[in-house]
Design a protein around this ligand. Structure first.
Ligand SMILES: [Zn+2]
Ligand SMILES: [Zn+2]
Length: 755
């Protein structure tokens, strides 16, 4: 290699300790030159015999939080380099220093807080350039301490020296702190600080079966001893949360004591993102009230020094559920915690480092078919997504997302920024937060929307807000957005041809004005048509049909001429009233929703209460029991491959199995394999005929790993695209909306407007 080079490094390379890493590497290899941050990332000019090794090491030894997209090396004929290697101030021009996601405590910091001789021994706010809070403390860009919630903590001389020393792993670590100068931890009960060591007091309270509110990275959690059934039951009673599973925090060994933990799962738990991971449970070592009826437990590892220290002292798994009033967002301020969480918590672990924005815990799962994201939040946001080929230029789009699992998306210069999970916009506080986050991300991404993309459903608050912006609006049909989001995640080119898409979802408005949710589409980013769909059924009571699965079972049984079975199974339910309303077409919209079919079958098998207490309860119960059914043969149905897919034959088969006393696990498993076959057939046919080049599977039903695996098996030999890095549910809807809106523009319209 040339002895003198300019090296451009692109990607997530700012605010992650990249310059000091380059500096140390150059020193080691005896290079001279300089490194700086600029608008394009990191720029290096270097000279010396070790350049070759240097360029390789840039990638191989990069700091843990760096993500390198490209390293471009160009030889220089001549340059005026210093005699040593220096970190120099940023070059002129715009520096869009982006912020990275919050990162779990790194091994070096963990060792330090456990080392009695270290300055930060036992210190709950220890961090460095490789770990610690980022997005959750950021108030404004650029990402400097003064623009974070650490602004009020003046560095002590020791921390200041660490901060200025390029050889220290805290060089330019903005949230750097120590017991002398940083945030303070305390324990509170009955509105008063309790004298004593906060963590000792907390451990005593937990051992006594008490419930604590703990201020974490992105909000407050409510915690209790996961082995103590009475404590968990008390938490359920106080939160009025009868069945929705609680997440757990524990060490790898604690997880292994109750679950089968695979290597990929352990690796993901230990990643900087530190998500909650749903893991198969094998023993009932913990309180049964944690996840009633579920065969999986949601686990996360301690992800901050505070949580590590608590876990070191408590030595047992903790329930960690979000600290909020039912339906509201997680509480983030001390004041809100005192007023809103006092009814749940006996004590509080408090501190004085403010949380700038709420970030729920991310939730993921690792399936036989790869990783699955259920909730995109802490540790994942804000991460940019590359747009597929053909979308490099174009106006800046703001896509508003859906209603229930709301998240929005911004596009700019070939990249998309998908917001973190915001939640159900029906809740006024979540709505407030959504509107605030729109401003927040707009400023972070320096985004000026030219075009707004919305769901076609005018009842969504996100859609209404999009129309109110006074910009050009593009309406996107719900399931087209699901198709596009999955294509986009796989970088399917804009002109890459059409695909078949199996979209199985809750409810979304279709172009015919009815509610869809179980379709095979043929289309691309720009356009789509519906090829096959589930025979629609009424949703008696509209929203009520989502909360009461038996209503869906009643409709499917009646349609199959099996009303007498419904009369027996749902003897106590108001069947007559519901049937009358449906006959009179009162509040009973028809829908092809696959989600409601899952509800119907779960109710038919008696797997869910009359009224469910959380959105996915019935479907989760059905998946959980289906996973225990061995070697399930699909039902032998002669279903049509195109057009409406009759469901009554399937309902007949299920009832026949029930009458014969077949195990529910086996029936549930047969339902999964059959449904996969039903949808795979038309999709395969589209590819066989040459109409489609690949098969997309997307929509909220594919959070069900068993359904996903059945579909993938039924599509063996075909190219299948499913979500791996974005949620299959409405959490990625906005990303798809943005792509559809961009694709709808003609090539002349795609030129960005002149400012
Ligand atoms: Zn660290
Ligand atoms: Zn200090």
């Amino acid at each position: 290699m040339n002895q003198l080079c300019r090296i451009r490094v692109r990607g997530q390379v700012q605010g992650v300790g990249f310059r000091p890493f380059v500096w140390a590497l150059a020193k080691r290899l005896g290079l001279r030159g300089w490194v700086l941050n600029d608008a394009g990332g990191v720029l290096i000019e270097a000279a010396g015999a070790g350049l070759d090794a240097f360029v390789h090491a840039l990638r191989d030894e990069a700091p843990p939080l760096a993500r390198i997209d490209a390293i471009e090396v160009s030889p220089l004929a001549d340059a005026d380099l210093p005699d040593s290697f220096e970190i120099i101030a940023s070059a002129g021009g715009e520096v869009r220093t982006r912020v990275t996601p919050d990162a779990a405590t790194c091994p070096a910091c963990l060792a330090e807080i456990r080392d009695p001789t270290a300055r930060r021994f036992g210190y709950a706010f220890t961090n460095c350039t490789h770990c610690g809070p980022r997005f959750s403390i950021l108030m404004e860009l650029p990402y400097d301490r003064a623009q974070t919630t650490m602004a009020g903590f003046k560095l002590c001389p020791d921390c200041d020296a660490d901060y200025r020393d390029p050889a220290d792993r805290r060089f330019h670590a903005q949230p750097i702190a120590c017991p002398v100068c940083g945030p303070r931890l305390w324990f509170e009960a009955a509105g008063q600080e309790v004298p004593g060591a906060a963590l000792d007091l907390a451990v005593d309270a937990l051992r006594n079966g008490q419930i604590l509110a703990i201020k974490g990275i992105g909000g407050f959690h409510l915690a209790c001893d996961a082995r103590n059934g009475a404590a968990v039951a008390l938490l359920r009673a106080r939160k009025r949360r009868p069945t929705k599973p609680f997440a757990l925090m524990g060490t790898i060994n604690m997880i292994r004591a109750s679950c089968t933990l695979s290597e990929p799962e352990a690796t993901r738990l230990q990643s900087a993102a530190a998500p909650i991971l749903l893991i198969d449970r094998v023993t009932d070592a913990l309180a049964p009230q944690i996840a009633p009826g579920q065969d999986m437990l949601g686990w996360m590892l301690p992800c901050t020094p505070l949580h590590h220290l608590l876990m070191d002292a408590f030595q047992a798994p903790l329930v960690m559920t979000s600290g909020n009033l039912s339906g509201e967002p997680q509480v983030i301020t001390n004041a809100d915690a005192r007023t809103k969480l006092a009814r749940f918590a006996d004590g509080f672990i408090m501190h004085d480092r403010d949380i700038a924005r709420r970030l729920d815990d991310s939730v993921e799962r690792i399936t036989a078919h790869g990783p699955m994201v259920l909730r995109h939040a802490r540790g994942r946001a804000p991460g940019t997504i590359k747009l597929p080929p053909g979308f490099e230029d174009g106006p800046q789009v703001l896509a508003m997302g859906g209603q229930m699992k709301a998240a929005f998306c911004l596009t700019r210069e070939g990249e998309a920024l998908l917001s973190h999970h915001l939640g159900d916009l029906d809740d006024p506080l979540t709505w407030e937060e959504y509107t605030r986050a729109l401003q927040d991300y707009g400023a972070l991404f320096d985004h000026q929307a030219d075009l707004v993309a919305v769901d076609a459903h005018e009842g969504y608050r996100s859609t209404q807000a999009g129309h109110a912006m006074g910009l050009a609006v593009h309406k996107v049909h719900h399931h087209h957005a699901h198709l596009a989001a999955c294509l986009g995640e796989h970088l399917w080119p804009r002109n890459g041809g059409r695909v078949a898409a199996i979209v199985l979802d809750g409810l979304g408005l279709g172009p015919d004005g009815t509610l869809w949710g179980g379709e095979v589409l043929l289309g691309d980013y720009a356009d789509f048509e519906r090829v096959a769909w589930l025979e629609p059924a009424p949703l008696p009571g509209g929203d009520q049909a989502q909360r009461e699965p038996w209503r869906n079972a009643l409709m499917r049984l009646d349609a199959a001429g099996l009303g007498h079975i419904a009369d027996r199974l749902f003897a106590d339910a108001p069947r007559a009233v519901v049937r009358q309303a449906v006959a009179a077409r009162i509040n009973a919209p028809h829908s092809s929703s696959a989600g409601r079919l899952f509800d119907a079958v779960a109710a038919l098998l008696g797997l869910c209460p009359k009224q469910i207490s959380h959105e996915a309860e019935a479907a989760m119960a059905l998946e959980a029991i289906a996973r225990r059914g061995c070697n399930p043969q699909p039902y032998d149905l002669r279903h049509s491959q195109i057009g409406e897919i009759a469901i009554s034959p399937l309902i007949h088969e299920i009832c026949a199995d029930l009458e014969q006393g077949r195990a529910k696990a086996s029936i549930a498993a047969r339902f999964h394999t059959t449904l996969a076959q039903i949808f795979a057939a038309p999709a395969r046919r589209l590819v066989d005929r040459g109409d489609a080049d690949a098969i997309v599977v997307a929509g909220g039903c594919f959070q069900n790993a068993m359904l996903l695996e059945c579909c993938v098996n039924a599509l063996a030999g075909y190219r299948v695209l499913s979500h791996k890095r974005l949620p299959a549910n409405d959490g990625s809807l906005a990303f798809g909306q943005a792509l559809v809106a961009l694709a709808a523009l003609s090539s002349t319209e795609r030129t960005p407007p002149v400012a």
